[in-house]
Design a protein around this ligand. Sequence first.
Ligand SMILES: Nc1ncnc2c1ncn2[C@@H]1O[C@H](COP(=O)(O)OP(=O)(O)OP(=O)(O)O)[C@@H](O)[C@H]1O
Length: 676
Amino acid sequence: MDSQEEHIKVSIRVRPFLSYNNYHPQIIRIDDEKTIHIDDSEHTITSHYDKIFSQNSSQKDVFDFVCPSVLQTLEGFNATIFAYGQTGSGKTHTIFGVGWENNELFTENSNQGIIPRAISKLFSIENEYISFNLNFLQIYNEHLYDLLSDPARAKSLRIREYKSEIFIDGLEETSISSANECMLLLSEGIKNRAVRQTRLNNQSSRSHSIFQLYVINKKGGFRRSKLSFCDLAGCERYDKEYEMNNGHINELKNINKSLSTLGMVIHALASGNKEHIPYRDSKLTRLLQDSLGGNTKTILIATISPQIEHVDTTINTLIFADRAKEIMVRVKRNEPAAMNSTEIIINLQQEIEKLKSLLSVVRVENGASELNKKVLELEQENEYLRRITENQEVEYTDVSEDSEEENHILGLSPSIGKNLLKLPDYFSSKSQKISPEPSDHENYSFLPAKTGKNTKRYVFSEDLDFCNKRETDSPFPHTKNFSTYIGTFPSESSPIRHEKFYVKNVDNSPAGRGTLAKSTKNLRSLDDLIEEKYVDEEKERKLAEAKLRKVHHRLTRLDELEAERKMKFKMDFERITYEKRKEKDKIRLELAEKERRRQIRREKRIREMQKIKKFEEARRREEMARLEAIMKIEENNKRNEEKKKEKILEQKRKLAEFNARKQIKQERGFISGAWG
Ligand SMILES: Nc1ncnc2c1ncn2[C@@H]1O[C@H](COP(=O)(O)OP(=O)(O)OP(=O)(O)O)[C@@H](O)[C@H]1O
C-alpha cells in the first residue's frame, strides 16, 4: 500500500482547578472545540488545534478522540499517543488515569486514562488472528529501565539501531492473552515508576515512561504494528523557595534537558529541515524518533494548567503544540512478514541471528573493546608464532636423532655418537645454546661445507695441516679415534645462522688423519641431505617472518587507528563541549533577552499606565470644570428665570393694580354718571 502524508494531530487539555487551588481569575476561554484564547493583563493569544478539551471534559471524551488511531493498529498502522505539559498539568491523569495503587482501574470507571481504555477496546474486538505483546520502560536521569523486570532500576538498558529501526537491548517483550493480564502488568509497571512529591504535584513523575503494545496480526502473513503511549515527565523550574535536594535538582536538570531536546527536534521537524534532526541528543528523542519523523500516526496531547501564575509555561506549551502541528509524517501500513508459520519462524530466527551478530559488532564498535579484542588476538597470534619459532629452534637443535643418522652416515660407531657431548641435553637449555667454540682457532681448519641461503656450515678440524690436505684424502673410515661436535652459532650481526661441525682428531697418526678426511667428505654428502630440510625450514621461517611482519604491521595500524580514534573522540568531545557551551550561552542570552524584553514591556506598561492616569486626571479635571461651568450657567439661568418670574409677577401685580384702579375709576364714573 502507498504511504500517505499527514500532520501530527494535536490537542490541548485544560486541567480543572484543583480543590487546593485558591480562587483565580479565568484566563482561558474556549470558543469552539478547536479554538483557545489566553487573556490576561499581559497576553492576548488565540490558537487553533485539532481538539480542545475543556476543564469539564471527561476521560472518555479524550479517549474518543484517540480511539480511531488505536483501532488502526489492528489494520497494521503504527500509532503513538504522547502527553506533554508542565508538571502537575494532568499528563499522567490523561495517559494512565488515577487509582492504580489500589488496582481500581482494572474494571471500567470514569477515572481510567487512555491506556486502560485502549486495552479494553482492543481486547473487546474478537479476532482469532490477533495477539499482543507488550513492554514498559522509563527514562530516568537519561538511563533506560525496564519497568516490568527491573523495579530496582539496577540495570540500565542500551538503545540499538538496526535497519534504521530503533530497539532496546535487553528490554523484555511479554506476550499477553487477556486484558486483565495486560492491566496487571501495567499496574506493576506504574508502581515501579520514579515519582516524587513536589510543590506542584504530590505524585510527580520524575521519568518519561513509555508503554508499548505490539499488535500482531497473523492473517495472511505476519503483520506487526506498534502502539506507544508516552507520559513525559513535566518540565519544572528551579524553585528557590522550595528546598530541593540534589537528587531532585539532578532529575530536574535531566528532565528539562531532554524536553528541550524534544523541543529542538520538534522545531527542526516543523521547519521542514529533515537533514539534521538532533534525535541522538537525548534518549527520549531517540526513542520517539519513529513517532515524530517516521512511519507512525502520532497524537500529541498538550496539558495546561488554568492558573494565572502558570501563564508563561502554558504559553510555552502552546508554542510547542503549535510547532508540533506543522510536522508532517509519512504513514504506511506495515507489510506482512511471511506467509506461513514455518516461514515466520525462519524469518524470525534469521532476524534474531542478524540482530545477535549486529549486537556483537555494535558492542565491540562501541568502545575500546574491539581494540582490546584485536590486541588479544594478535597477542595470541604472537604467542603462537613465538612458540613455532622456539619449536623450530628446539627441533633444529635437538639433533640427537640426526646425529645418530649422521654418525651412521659418517660411519661412526654408536658409542662415539653417544659421546658427542650429549648434544640433546646441551641444546635443550637456552643458556647453553651456543656450543663451545674451539678455544684456539689457530689450531683449527676451516672447511666450508654446504652453504644454504641463510645458513653457513663449517667443518673444523683440530689439525690445520691435515685439513689443508683434506680434499685429496681418502674416505674417512669408521674409527673411535674421532669425536664430532655439532654446534649452532647464531650471529648477532647477521640473520645468517652459522653451523659448525668440528671434528676432534684423537688419533693424530696418519691413519687417523686419513679417517678424519674421509669423515669430512662424508659430512659433505650429509649436508646435501640436511640442506633439503633447511630449505623447508627456510620456507617456514620465512612464513613465520612474514606473519610476524603482518602482525607487526597490524599492531602499528591498530596503534594508528587507536590514535585516530582518540583524536576523533577528543575532537568530538571538544566539539560537543563547545556546542553545549554555545547552546548554554545561547539559552542564557535568550533568557536574558527575554527578561530584558519583559522588563521593557513592564516599564512601557507602567509608563502607559502613568500616561493614562495623567490623561484621566486631566480629563476628570476638565470635566469638573465643565460641570462647574454648566452649573454656574444653570444657576444664572435659574436666577434670571426667577428674576423674570418676579418681573412678570410684578408686572402682573402692577397690571392688577392698574386694572383695579381702573375699575374703581370706572365704577366711580358710573356712579357719578348715574347720580349726575
Ligand atoms: N482533567 C483532570 N481532572 C481532574 N483532576 C486532574 C485532571 N488532570 C490532572 N488532575 C489532577 O491533578 C494532579 C496532577 O496531575 P498529574 O499527576 O496527572 O500531572 P502531571 O502532568 O502528570 O505531573 P508531573 O509531570 O509532575 O508528573 C493529580 O492529582 C491529578 O489527579
